[in-house]
Design a protein around this ligand. Structure first.
Ligand SMILES: Nc1nc2c(c(=O)[nH]1)N[C@H]1C(S)=C(S)[C@@H](COP(=O)(O)OP(=O)(O)OC[C@H]3O[C@@H](n4cnc5c(=O)[nH]c(N)nc54)[C@H](O)[C@@H]3O)O[C@H]1N2
Ligand SMILES: Nc1nc2c(c(=O)[nH]1)N[C@H]1C(S)=C(S)[C@@H](COP(=O)(O)OP(=O)(O)OC[C@H]3O[C@@H](n4cnc5c(=O)[nH]c(N)nc54)[C@H](O)[C@@H]3O)O[C@H]1N2
Ligand code: SF4
Ligand SMILES: [Mo]
Length: 886
């Protein structure tokens, strides 16, 4: 039996485990394994606010689905056995094939301390440089762009710049859904100070809906836009010559390439597909506004020319001296909670540790500091190349920690085939059901999850915050740093891995950042080297650099001081922009992929929350209305999306924000949560030559209707498996699981599922074979257990009302009530809009129709919708407009 802390009153200050905003969270454990969650009013990232995902964290800490003990060759094993097998397995591959045959694949969701020991083990003691991370798919073009321009991977600004800017440009960022709390800060700035917001994105997302100027750029053409801007700034004499002269070099080369790409307004407009007047407004706003922040995210990074896109943006900021001063600067919005921390400790194959690279003096310095027995001396393979090297047999042993590559890698089926060729696959995860864990590994390690582990993360503004444990370690789960250290000790490296706490590791990491630094490297945590356990436990959020005896730096580079040899920044001449692939008659659509508001990646955590599950319950493809009409697709229909590497079936959503000729599919569904939602196998992932980051936003694709005879749903206490060949997707709902499905058979055939779905239950049934309708409700000892409803396919089945049955099973006494699919009391809310207060579309429409609430603000007063995290405000605004039109 695990003992829970008894002091239920005191909240634990910790940090949200989702996006790179890095919001502070107050967690109050309830003493029975649950927790209540609030925003930390004192944390400088969020000042008490949380978005829908952060607010729902309490619904995700349950132990169902967790991996709670080590597994060796498919059977439960003791820690001793599993650790011994991992150490001897790695040693065996080392002995027979050398260090080059061993690789680690890590994640921006590991804590800095976990990451540090994993990197130290492989680069310093196993002697292989092949350690890469899912940050390769996420931020590596920003890293490469920063290093080319600044000589170091430095984010120059801070969040206050978003409060103080007069112009906020968001390039390839759906911040309204992906960095909601930062987006709230931007909207507040607009309300308070009148800042303008420009959004550059081929698709009008919820962020684009809020823009003062929305620029639907042709996919991949951002570089042309910013090259055109640089030329315009030169021609209108808007440069900061003093800054350019004192602190930069290569301006002429960058300008001449920019001129060659986008010599004038007309060319810029043609290349970007934007109206000339809008390009002109963009140029003028940038030129005339001193305080400009350009935020960018995956529309920039996940591109085969992502590093050049970053370069073209940074060029404009350097040329105007708008960097490192209040309200000014290029700003890479990082994705994962510890994308930055992973970069800091050297999780990327082309970084060593503490922001050092593979230059001989760096290698020597790290070797001496670690007293390394076998030091990697070259850059390692980057993610896409790493999985290729597994496929070709060069890499024989792989350890995956905290990432789900069978879902998230481009060309994911090829990745699956490659993994099958490994001699040794080790996976550390929290859950038993992720696609990567479920496929089986030689060794599975149960890792401690958020709330159970201790350490630090670094957010987008270089701010280090503590994640603190507030739950006991469940089952046999252990922190990742402990697992790695134990394997290292078993391999004979005990002296270098003596750690007994995360604090000890943090101190060593901080010491390495300061070691022989003297201002030569951007990352310096000298002031934190002496933190004792109490100091570490009490550590308040702090921004680096914090050199010994110095203060933390909010902003960098206002007075130059770049980390190049001559201290000057480089302006970079970008290559002419073009996408890596081309459209053709067979594949005439651009397939774009990304995120939805309420889900996190492969849903291993957000998939547990009923609140988060109802905003978008099935995997879908967003289609422009004209394309849909031409292809005969209606909202709620199923359609087959294909590329040269795979094909899958998704529900159609029609959205005018989707540009004609393009499709958008979310990345969140896996084999665990759907039959067909995994999009990774379709995505090509051509890599950027500088960063190795794959292009996951532009794969040539086709779409066609995929008619199904029947649609239906199952509501059940726990997850169910439907017959092979059925299209399905499941979501957490109040009281259990909801599974929406589509099938080709007849209602009679579907009826045969019922006894298997509800074993041993009494079934109340309704059949209308001629109409192809079947309904059954299951009861066990008089208690309502669930339903199976199916009927002719006509869009997504209406299940909002029926879902309430499962939420209030005690009220379903009458079989007729259950079969009617209508709850005894209460009204269905319709598809969820506000996840924080559970307000659905029906209620909002009613409030608007009654005339009582005609603005998002008034809806907030009437229903509370949109008044907590604000993530749904763009959607509320759209509903108000739609209802007004109707
Ligand atoms: N709700 C939610 N939030 C998250 C996450 C999540 O899973 N769910 N994940 C986190 C992580 S790890 C990350 S990396 C971030 C990602 O955050 P974002 O980058 O904001 O999210 P995405 O949806 O991947 O892509 C952003 C936009 O890029 C656009 N885009 C595509 N091609 C181009 C192009 O050529 N040019 C331009 N300018 N834009 C283009 C897409 O249309 C899309 O709207 O979100 C973080 N926050
Ligand atoms: N097509 C396409 N592909 C993409 C993207 C895209 O936009 N389009 N985006 C890319 C980006 S930016 C990202 S960041 C990736 C994300 O892709 P992944 O990293 O594959 O996604 P997650 O679901 O976050 O996987 C994290 C896994 O780690 C586990 N986990 C969580 N915390 C811990 C921990 O503390 N320890 C351990 N050991 N395990 C833990 C979770 O249970 C889960 O299985 O996807 C990338 N792939
Ligand atoms: S914005 Fe939301 S997901 Fe991101 S850190 Fe804050 S609460 Fe977590
Ligand atoms: Mo990411």
């Amino acid at each position: 039996m695990t003992a829970y802390p008894t002091d239920l009153g005191a909240p634990v200050r910790t940090t949200c485990p989702y996006c790179g905003v890095g919001c502070g969270v107050l967690a109050r454990p309830d003493g029975t394994g649950g927790v209540s969650i609030q925003g930390d009013p004192d944390h400088p990232a969020n000042f008490g606010r949380l978005c829908s995902k952060g607010s729902a964290l309490g619904e995700t800490v349950g132990l169902d689905g967790r991996l709670l003990h080590p597994v060796l060759q498919g059977r439960r094993a003791s820690w001793d056995e599993a650790l011994g097998a991992a150490a001897s397995g790695l040693q065996d591959v080392l002995d027979r094939h050398g260090p080059d045959a061993v690789a680690f694949y890590l994640s921006g969701q590991l804590l800095t301390e976990d990451y540090y020991v994993a990197n130290k083990l492989i680069k310093g003691f196993i002697g292989s440089p092949h350690v890469d991370t899912n940050s390769r798919l996420c931020m590596s073009s920003s890293v490469a762009g920063h290093k080319r321009a600044f000589g170091s991977d430095t984010v120059p600004g801070c969040y206050e710049d978003l409060d103080e800017a007069d112009l906020l440009i968001l390039v390839g960022s759906n911040a309204a859904w992906c960095h909601p709390i930062l987006f709230r800060r931007m909207l507040d700035n607009r309300t308070r100070r009148g800042a303008k917001i420009i959004v550059v994105d081929p698709r009008r997302s919820a962020t684009g809906d809020e823009a003062d100027l929305f620029l639907p750029v042709t996919p991949g053409m951002d570089t042309a836009l910013f090259c055109g801007l640089l030329v315009h700034l030169v021609e209108t004499d808007a440069l900061d010559r003093a800054y350019l002269d004192a602190h930069t070099s290569d301006f002429e080369a960058a300008l001449s390439r920019s001129r060659a790409i986008a010599p004038d307004l007309a060319t810029t407009a043609r290349l970007t597909g934007l109206p000339k007047s809008d390009v002109a407004s963009f140029f003028t706003l940038f030129r005339n506004t001193g305080r400009v922040v350009t935020c960018y995210s995956q529309g920039v990074n996940q591109s085969a020319q992502g590093t050049d896109k970053v370069g073209a943006i940074i060029n404009c900021h350097l040329a105007t001296g708008r960097i490192g001063r209040p309200g000014m600067g290029p700003f890479s919005l990082t994705g994962q909670p510890n994308a930055m921390g992973g970069r800091e400790v050297g999780g990327l194959a082309n970084m060593l540790a503490a922001h050092m690279g593979f230059a001989p003096p760096d290698i020597d310095r790290v070797r001496r500091f670690w007293d390394a027995s076998r030091m990697a001396e070259t850059e390692g393979l980057k993610a896409v190349a790493l999985f290729d090297a597994i496929d070709t047999g060069r890499i024989k042993a792989l350890w995956v920690m905290a990432t789900n590559p069978l879902v998230s890698m481009p060309d994911a089926d090829r990745v699956a085939r490659a993994l099958a060729k490994l001699e040794l696959l080790i996976v550390s995860d929290n859950v038993a059901s992720s696609d990567t864990v479920a496929r089986g590994a030689d060794i599975l390690f149960p890792a401690a999850a958020w709330g159970e582990k201790d350490g630090t993360v670094t957010n987008s503004e270089r701010r280090i915050s503590r994640q603190r444990a507030f739950l006991p370690l469940p089952g046999e789960a252990r922190p990742d740093w402990w697992i790695v250290s134990e394997v290292a000790r078993e391999m004979g490296f005990a002296a270098a891995f003596p750690y007994r706490s995360a604090a000890e590791i943090f101190r060593e990491h901080a010491a390495l950042t300061a070691f022989e630094n003297e201002g030569a490297r951007d990352l310096d945590l000298g002031a934190l080297v002496a933190l004792d356990q109490d100091g570490y436990d009490a550590l308040a959020p702090v921004q680096w650099p914090v050199p010994a005896g110095g203060a933390e730096a909010r902003r960098l580079f206002a007075e130059g001081g770049f980390f190049t040899l001559d201290g000057r920044a480089r302006l970079v001449p970008p290559e002419p922009p073009k996408l890596a692939a081309s459209l053709c008659d067979t594949y005439p659509f651009w397939l774009n992929t990304g995120r939805v508001r309420d889900h996190w990646h492969t849903m291993t955590r957000t998939g547990k929350s009923p609140r988060l599950g109802s905003h978008r319950p099935v995997p879908f493809v967003e289609v422009n209305p004209a394309d849909a009409a031409r292809l005969g697709l209606s909202a709620g229909d199923l359609a087959r999306v294909s590329t040269t590497s795979g094909s899958t079936v998704l529900e159609v959503e029609i959205h005018s924000g989707q540009a004609p000729g393009s499709l958008f599919v979310p990345i969140h569904w896996s084999r665990d949560t759907s039959s067909d939602g995994r999009i990774g196998p379709l995505v090509h992932g051509f890599v950027d030559p500088h960063s190795g980051q794959p292009e996951t936003k532009a794969t040539p694709a086709a779409i066609a209707p995929e008619p199904m005879r029947l649609r239906g749903f199952v509501l059940s206490r726990g997850p169910v498996r439907l017959a092979e060949g059925t299209w399905w997707a499941r979501a957490a709902i109040a009281g259990g699981t909801g599974t929406l499905f589509a099938a080709h058979g007849t209602a009679r055939e579907i009826a045969e599922w019922a006894p298997d779905l509800f074993p041993g239950a009494d079934l109340a049934e309704y059949v209308d074979a001629r109409a192809d309708v079947y309904r059954c409700a299951a009861f066990s000892e008089g208690r309502f257990k669930g339903v199976l409803f199916v009927g002719p396919a006509d869009g997504r089945p209406q299940w909002e009302a029926a879902k309430l049955l499962l939420a209030r099973p005690d009220e379903v006494e009458d079989r007729r009530v259950a079969l009617s699919g209508k709850p005894p009391g209460g009204q269905p809310t319709g598809p969820l809009v506000c996840a924080c207060f559970g307000v659905g579309l029906s209620a909002i429409r009613e409030a608007i129709a009654s005339g009582g609430a005609t603005t998002p603000e008034a809806i907030g007063v009437a229903l509370r919708a949109g008044t907590n995290c604000g993530s749904c405000l763009p959607e509320l605004r759209r509903i108000v407009v739609q209802e007004a039109v109707a």
